[in-house]
Ligand binder design. Sequence first.
Ligand SMILES: Nc1ncnc2c1ncn2[C@@H]1O[C@H](COP(=O)(O)OP(=O)(O)O)[C@@H](O)[C@H]1O
Ligand SMILES: [Mg+2]
Length: 1014
Amino acid sequence: MSIRALPTGTVTFLFSDIEGSTRLLQDLGRGYVELLHAHHRIVREAIEEHDGTEVSTEGDSFFVVFPNALSGVRAASRIQRSLADHPFPRPVRVRMGLHTGEGRLGPDGYVGLDVHRAARIAAAGHGGQILVSDATRALVAADLPLDLALRDLGPHRLKDLPHPERLSQIVVHGLPSEFPPPKSLDARPNNLPLQLTRFIGRKDQISEIKRQLLNGARLLTLTGPGGTGKTRLALQVAAETLSAFEDGVWFVDLAPLMDAGLVVSAIAEILGVIENAEEPLQDALEQTLRERAILLVLDNFEQVIEAGVAVERLLRAAPRLKVLVTSRAVLHRYGEHEFPVPPLDLPDLRNLPDPASLTHYEAIGLFLERAVAVKPNFALTPDNAPSIAEIAVRLDGLPLAIELAASRVKVLSPQGIIDRMGKGAPTLTSRIAGAPERQRTLRGAIQWSYDLLHEDERLLFEQISVFQGGASLDAIESVCPPVSGADTLDELASLVDNSLLRQFETEDGEPRFGMLETIKEYARERLDHRPELLATTRRAHADFFADFAMRQSEQLTGYGREPAVAAMATDVENLRVAWRHWVNESDLDQLNKLVDGLGLLYDAKGWYHATIELTTDLLSVLASTPSTPERAMQEVMLRTSLARALMAVNGYTQEVEDAYAQALELFEGQRELPQLFPVLRGLASFYNYRAEFEKAAHVGEQILRLADAQDDPGMRVDGHLLLGASKAMRNDLQAGSDHLDSAIACFESQGYRSGRFRLGNNPVVACFTTSALVSWLLGYPDRALERARRAVGLANELGHPFTLAYGLFHTGFLHLWRREPDLVMERATGVLEVADRHDLPIWKALGTCLQGAADAASGRAEEGLALIHHGLDLYQGLKTPPVFWPLLLSVQAGAYARAGQAAEGLGLIQEAIEIIGSGAMVPEFHVLRGELLLLHPDNVTDAELAFEQAFDLARTLDAKMSQLRAAVRIARLRRAEGEMDSAERGLRRVYESFTEGFTTLDLLEARELVNGTS
Ligand SMILES: Nc1ncnc2c1ncn2[C@@H]1O[C@H](COP(=O)(O)OP(=O)(O)O)[C@@H](O)[C@H]1O
Ligand SMILES: [Mg+2]
């Protein structure tokens, strides 16, 4: 197309492209070309219809220009509609952006910011969405056709554009209109702390670090002694590269950590990844990071240097992850780039420039900024310029040292400061000063600043070093009581003024105080010289936080839960220090004040490792104290949480069973205590997951007895569910079904309440799903459907993600049995949505398998198999309970049957039968085995045997549905052989025993056969 044909003047630009086109290409292979053709045709039809001109096309993206805004908007909505109506093999989601501006032509087409702006607007959208600039909005607002509407999305900063752009969305009636926020810079998630002071200089260093980070370097370590400005520089770089990291930039302060093993949890906590029962935290974290473009800023790595291994693992697992570290020493990891942070740049004292140019030196600039902050009328003058320059040089251009000195200008002149530095301070070595010299300079500066404090202030300064991870005003006032007459607040203010202490705010606006690491080290050293004060302060600290934890834990069960968890999380490092203190003292009373709060905090956060440590610590202290009934109950509680945490961390192992067994032993002779319930319930679900149904049933009986003794309806539901599920799974479908009915009746008459509900799957939902599956097998398809409906209804109501995924998955299975692939797909999609939204890897795996089963059942065997493979891969990577395996194998075998791959399918179903041994599912497995055998004409006899085996087993189990399905297949084979025999009479007998569900496929097939022979 010639350039001349393009319109100029005021035009409307439209950019569009297919979201996730690479993915589509990978999925569809050659089918993608066809898809692209259809897409192009749809777009071009709309362009033509609305007088647009195609400027360029590249792959799946279009650049189009329209003579006026309204025709552009109409074309865009036309495209979205046609795309939505077109039967693509996969949803094709196109994002579009429009902007009206000046169409200026250069030699190669349009030029200018307006084109650029339109492209950026399109890039900020999501598949299926139409975004328009404010210019376009204003032009179309009054004339929009009735089926379109505008939605204001507010101002957004777009990449490379100087000013925020107000964006609006075109809502097309009848098409999806809810999208995540536009992908603008504001939307880039981050937790970068707000800086209260201006960042000074370092232009070249910043661009060099950015260059390295945005190109090859994935692990970049900023090194230098304390106070060089590493952290500040890292934060600056992080803020400036925000736009390059789609999934955000996250700052993790490692300073409060006492143990390299906690680095992974610290990162996980910031990213909102929690430990879960299915996988170790490191794996969960890798899983989360795998697909994401994230920059992690790990601050103060020097004291957890061994954790470099874990970081290297993360980098290997997550190809788009980058890590910026600050550390006094390099990590020595593979691929690490080091960037030694130089001091701020300094003037030459022997050749001092005039005062005006002096301010351009970074070190001087910093001094002036900080000086003005404490003394607003402070200024650089020809008189004080040489002194200020000398201070900066003497302090080696070290930012922290300069801050300490500058904060003294309130009471000292610059010359006064130099005089006070005296001979002890370093001399003019700065230009060549290496790291060790700078270290000394900094120490000198801290010491100098310390020496200027009053004795009261010094004591307070030193005592504050016992806090870990900052402290609230309240905590400081209690732990560091003022020496006679002094006022802690005044002293704190003075320490803050002198830059020895920083004040910041928690998220809810409470003031907190903390020290930079280097300064804290100094304070701590000084406190070590006063062993008595050290001991009393530590004790006061441990006392304070024991009481604090107790106060918070009183809130942890009611409505105060969220704030209490937040408050404890803020002080978690202090709480841990207190905990260690009382463990060393073997002080049970104090530990008891801490344990509930900490336990619930860890639980809420999913820190199972910490829970294991907590319970083991306390159990060992308990072991050294005389036994009492309360003590025994406490031990029960501890062993139960230990068992749960062990299961979460290490999987379904013997040590979990041991921990439960030890807890149960403590109930000898007192089997009616309510405290027994959580132990039994935990143990039962452990057995169920291990597919040890006999043992689970036994525990269920104990729970029912306890429920009677306590007359507790909630316990009763749990007891019946356990008994019902395990009896049904084993071999007594009818008895199982009765128990499930009792559980449901109990729920219906008395409801179900559980104090700690969010910790597990909801038992009532489990009752409904289990009952749905059992009812189907027993030959009640309508009841099965009704129960499934209630399961999903209740799960939706509860808003508990795990339960919802569980409910959707199991009801999906019912639909699979009912041969309703569309419904299976719907459930599978639901499971995957929940899994993605809440990061539940086990449901991601299971949902993917179910999706594959749906595909296979709808005739897309190849795609189905691929998905199932993928799902099983995911599943295998997790610490999975054995109970699901046979079922998943049978799903895969079923897909192979659809694909006509008999050998693969047979191997799998055989394996499933071997694993499961006996039980309610076995007849169906044999039916499937028979179907796989039938794929080969030679195997007809074996197939018939398999069906007969299924039939016989189903009869002993009372599994009427399986009996019917087996009988149908036997009858078909016999009829093909021209025989009329007992098999068909058998089929008739089974069929006639049905009382409902006559429209389900299996019954319809049976009826056809029965009628055909009558
Ligand atoms: N370029 C800078 N601009 C403004 N303040 C700075 C700059 N570099 C360092 N600082 C300040 O100096 C002090 C020490 O810097 P910091 O980054 O904490 O050092 P490090 O992490 O190397 O110990 C901090 O108060 C910091 O805000
Ligand atoms: Mg630092």
